[in-house]
Design a protein around this ligand. Structure first.
Ligand SMILES: Cc1cc2nc3c(=O)[nH]c(=O)nc-3n(C[C@H](O)[C@H](O)[C@H](O)COP(=O)(O)OP(=O)(O)OC[C@H]3O[C@@H](n4cnc5c(N)ncnc54)[C@H](O)[C@@H]3O)c2cc1C
Length: 267
């Protein structure tokens, strides 16, 4: 079984959103200087899901695929240290500034080129743009089933089984392989690489493919190939005001709060 895990490199998500600069004219977001690039949170959970499958089926092969700049090699290395077998870095100036369709096009074309893939695992959403569309987009372009937002991913006799997280519970769904699964934080903590694994990861192979290697061109990856138009990018103004409740005890503060809410006809 060959499993691909899609891992996106994102700015460290611990940085407060207010420290990012939004250039409304250029419609761009710039992270503060010196912010570390890290694997997207849900994507290391994707690696964990793949590793749990490999724990049961040791001859399964896990390839980590990341599209991004050369520096995205670091998130591949982290995933390799978690136990994955190989890395695939998709890097090319044409891969910058893509919309959701073009991202799915690049990732799905790489999966097609690999030819022997049984399962693609993505995070439920990337923690920078939070679009949550790439997994389903890859499945659509490959014409494979997509089982999304999983807390448990199993493969038995060529069937993918995913326990999905719903608003008010869980459901288990199945589909034949090849298929795409996306995973959520309910799956559990990703394993932490040990020092020896980090050293071993340095020796693991990372293949690099460009747009030309994938047979993709500027017409597909440039502005004419976009399916989404960014109309406006801005920080919404908030005029929320905060009033601290007076009172000597928590009970008194609660009574004052209740009074205020009643005066405002909110209760
Ligand atoms: C209006 C608008 C303008 C944008 N402009 C820009 C821009 O100028 N520059 C720019 O860089 N982005 C831009 N983006 C973001 C870009 O369109 C998104 O990256 C794309 O739509 C995919 O969404 P996402 O990154 O939120 O990934 P999601 O769809 O949330 O990702 C889900 C999963 O797919 C996989 N995945 C996604 N991306 C990658 C990747 N690169 N490598 C490996 N796996 C991946 C991961 O497993 C991830 O967890 C813009 C987005 C919008 C909405």
């Amino acid at each position: 079984m060959h499993i691909i895990v899609c891992v996106k490199q994102v700015p460290d998500w611990d940085i407060p959103p207010s420290s990012f600069k939004v250039d409304e004219a250029a419609k761009r977001v710039t992270p503060p200087a010196g912010v570390a690039a890290v694997p997207s949170q849900f994507d290391t959970i994707g690696v964990e899901a793949a590793m749990r499958l490999k724990d049961k089926t040791p001859d399964a092969k896990i390839t980590i695929m990341s599209m991004g700049p050369e520096a995205a090699r670091d998130v591949i290395k982290h995933s390799l240290a978690m136990g994955a077998d190989e890395g695939l870095l998709l890097t090319d100036p044409l891969f910058e500034d893509l919309d959701w369709y073009q991202v799915a096009l690049v990732l799905s074309t790489a999966v097609k080129k690999l030819e022997d893939v049984d399962l693609v695992i993505c995070g439920r959403q990337a923690v920078d743009w939070d679009m949550g569309v790439s997994g389903s987009g890859i499945a659509e372009l490959l014409d494979w089933p997509a089982l999304t937002i999983g807390k448990d991913v199993q493969v038995n006799d060529g069937t993918l089984s995913v326990e999905r997280v719903l608003m008010d519970g869980f459901e288990t769904v199945e589909a034949p392989l090849p298929a795409v699964a996306t995973v959520s934080n309910e799956l559990g903590e990703p394993r932490y690489p040990k020092l020896q694994q980090i050293m071993q990861a340095a020796k693991k192979q990372v293949t690099i493919w460009s747009a030309a290697d994938l047979g993709l061109n500027e017409a597909q990856l440039g502005p004419d190939g976009r399916k989404l138009t960014l109309e406006r990018l801005y920080v919404p103004q908030s005029d929320a005001q905060c009033e601290m409740m007076e009172g000597d005890t928590p009970e008194e503060m609660a009574q004052n709060l209740a009074k205020k809410l009643a005066e405002a006809k909110l209760i």
